[in-house]
Design a protein around this ligand. Structure first.
Ligand code: 5AD
Length: 323
């Protein structure tokens, strides 16, 4: 798709055109994946973060956050729950915290030894390349690091001074060089975002061709600099999911928790718009509430690992099986 086609899809209000986009994306997802949805067990390992991203509920300077880091025993217990639920990917996600991440390397090796058939995905921010390498050697196969926005100027408005898009892109290139499957992604409707910014996101995705793309609406969090900014649109999020499905037919695209948090049924709508992944949350209940990236995240209890039966039933009602 060329730039003018993409621009039209981002800007149009023509319902027939949008319906056609959604149907083409869904058909493409079914062609590539069949009527299957891949589940990934999310384990929010730590909400301690050295960064101060303006949008984020676990930013370093936000007060009132009960900071935690799961113990090795707790992480292994989470993995056991994920495995017992029939889910074969563990996603360890956390704030950016290189010192604590060091301690996670041997834990990843233990997880890999205990469940050699499982895929281990990490999402721990920008880390020293040597640490990425040791995670890879310990058995991690995938790394999620959203680029947030592909426009350097917009990136600077979402992050404190000193954080640069280029640094993040260097991480993506290094992760790929190390043999990780790489995930990128962006928030839809983040403050100051324009159509040009979204076009830059799509160009970046077309150039880099990441194996995964996480796309969710921006949702304001209290007590952050963006607390009073409007929430991103679920409709525009679904639209981007469909466009990205057509640009990258084989990419893993989650129907994200943030999407579920802004509108009911949107998790299924994400699948019907071209997504092929859902990430149920297996973080222990007490810590889950403290991993408050955005307002109402915990209310998206639909995503709870304990509710997997109802998730499977909902998917099954639409003719999908999970794997
Ligand atoms: N709204 C939506 N998504 C958010 N994230 C962080 N804060 C918010 C927010 N307020 C997303 C970012 C980050 C991921 C872990 O969560 O895209 O990469």
């Amino acid at each position: 798709m060329n730039a003018s086609t993409l621009r039209k899809l981002l800007e149009t209000e023509d319902a027939a055109l949008l319906q056609d986009l959604k149907e083409r994306a869904h058909t493409e997802a079914v062609r590539v994946f069949g009527k299957r949805v891949w589940l990934r067990g999310l384990i929010e390992w730590s909400n301690v973060c050295r960064r101060d991203c303006l949008y984020c509920g676990i930013r370093a300077s936000r007060s009132g956050v009960a900071r935690y880091t799961l113990s090795k025993e707790s992480i292994l217990a989470c993995c056991q729950n994920v495995w017992a639920a029939g889910v074969r990917t563990f996603v360890l996600q956390g704030g950016e915290n290189p010192a604590a991440a060091e301690a996670l390397v041997p834990i990843v090796a233990d997880i890999h030894a205990a469940w050699p058939a499982a895929t281990i995905t990490l999402s721990l921010g920008e880390l020293p390349f040597d640490l990425y390498k040791r995670f890879r050697e310990a058995g991690a196969g995938r790394y999620l690091l959203r680029h947030e926005t592909a426009s350097p100027a917009h990136y600077r408005r979402l992050h404190p001074a000193g954080m640069e898009l280029e640094t993040r892109l260097e991480c993506h290139r290094e992760l790929r060089r190390l043999g990780f499957e790489v995930g990128m992604g962006m928030m839809v409707g983040s403050p100051f975002q324009t159509t040009e910014d979204l076009l830059a996101d799509l160009r970046l995705l077309q150039d880099f061709r990441p194996e995964m793309v996480g796309i969710g609406p921006f949702i304001p969090q209290q007590n952050t600099p963006f607390a009073d900014q409007p929430v991103g649109s679920a409709e525009m999020t679904l639209r981007l999911l469909s466009i990205v499905r057509l640009l990258l037919p084989e990419a893993n695209l989650p129907s994200t928790t943030a999407l579920s948090a802004v509108s009911t049924h949107s998790r299924m709508e994400g699948i019907l718009a071209g997504a092929n992944v859902i990430m149920p949350n297996f973080t222990p209940a007490r810590e889950r509430a403290a991993y408050a990236l955005y307002q109402g995240k915990d209310a998206a209890h639909l995503e709870a690992g304990e509710k997997l039966d109802s998730l499977r039933a909902e998917l099954s009602a639409h003719g999908y099986i999970t794997c």
